[in-house]
Write a protein that binds this ligand. Sequence first.
Ligand code: NDP
Ligand code: HSE
Length: 435
Amino acid sequence: MTPGVLPIRVAVLGAGTVGAEVANQLLTRAADLEARVGAPLVLAGIAVRDLQAPRHPALPKELLTTDAESLVLGAHIVVELIGGVERARELVLMALESGADVVTGNKALLATHGAELFSAAERVGAQLNYEAAVGGAIPIIRPLRDSLAGDDVKRILGIVNGTTNFILDRMDEHDDTFEEALAEASRRGYAEADPTGDVSGADAAQKAALLAGLAFHTHVPLESVSVEGIERITPDQIRAGRETGHVVKLLAICERVTAADGTVGVSARVHPALLPRRHPLASVRGANNAVFVEAEFAGSLMFYGAGAGGPETSSAVLGDLVSAARRHVIGGPGLAAPPSSGLPVLDPGLVTSQYQISLTVRDEPGVLARLAGIVAERGVSIETAQQTRAGVGGTATLVIGTHRAPEAALAAVVTALGDALEVAAVAGVLRIEGE
Ligand code: NDP
Ligand code: HSE
């Protein structure tokens, strides 16, 4: 033990996938961690709900407790890994108000109550670290908050949900339907027992709110993030994308934008999108995550790695823990939040995107010209039009790529195309990103 240095008491809340691994490492790598911190880290206890549940074999039973409050109040640093929102909020606030630093991987908590918790941390001069909350093992919170603090981030495109990336990848590589790919994700243990939060985009939206807030130094409420999931993506849409050189990805997109009405602000949204196959994010396969950052001076940066998993996520948690513990050794204040830039979060309806519209049309002379007229009459400009395949009964697949257009104009175009006699069906509409 380092002579003359008091041990730092660490409370771990939760002994699930991540909590058990963090506690395990605090026990088995104690000497290494002490050397990095300059003081011993003592695991004061591990809060759980069920003392009888089977546990990681390295966790001594006597460290487990259901009395999370007493554990929190006796700790210098609290590591919150129970998940969920309301109980986690109570325990994190209790920890901060008692002067403890907090490390959490809980994006749902921070996306919902971040403003309250960060202000509590600032009031008492404590750290509230959350590197694991976005992208699991991938360092992205600190790079955005610290390394890029002197740059101007223009845009972030993130693949921040491993389950949905795995599903879309299977649909692309193996021509699976959504249901088949989801079943395979469940079989491999990627999808949660209830995968709704993943496939609906809700998990990615929480992460988008955190990334946008950091990148643009402004508060981005979760409710302001527009969300579309991948439940309705069809093999035909994946195929149409492939034929135009794209791959479908669920993207978290955070941008500084000038809206159609001239307002400058921030947009944060999650939706499936077509990415050109040459884009670096197109090569992110399986359940991996990646965050692509475009900054004014740094240019393009990509952060890539495992977005989940006990050992992988514990790397990010322990990094935050060592950082908080170092402050106990060397002193100094917690991290003050940077002043707000005051950038407003824009109404998603004001933000423009490029779209790809796949249509099943009558394969006859003059059809393309008539449909082009319908698009133009609604103020949307066509960038590309490609007849990809002859279909059954004298039909063909026509894929129209547009220039940037507001969502409302695009919706009017899609309705009018759907009503046109030449169109048998609107097979799908997807935004195009990363061109
Ligand atoms: P798990 O569901 O595997 O584990 C949760 C643990 O918390 C369990 O041990 C459970 O106890 C305990 N717990 C739940 N509620 C309470 C409560 N009210 N009081 C005391 N203990 C409680 O979660 P994960 O480890 O997967 O995730 C933890 C956090 O990390 C979440 O916020 C998640 O979003 C985040 N995260 C997870 C990643 C992953 O790969 N799993 C990746 C990145 C972030 P018991 O065992 O007794 O039921
Ligand atoms: N359910 C999440 C995913 C886990 O699939 O990426 C990490 O947040």
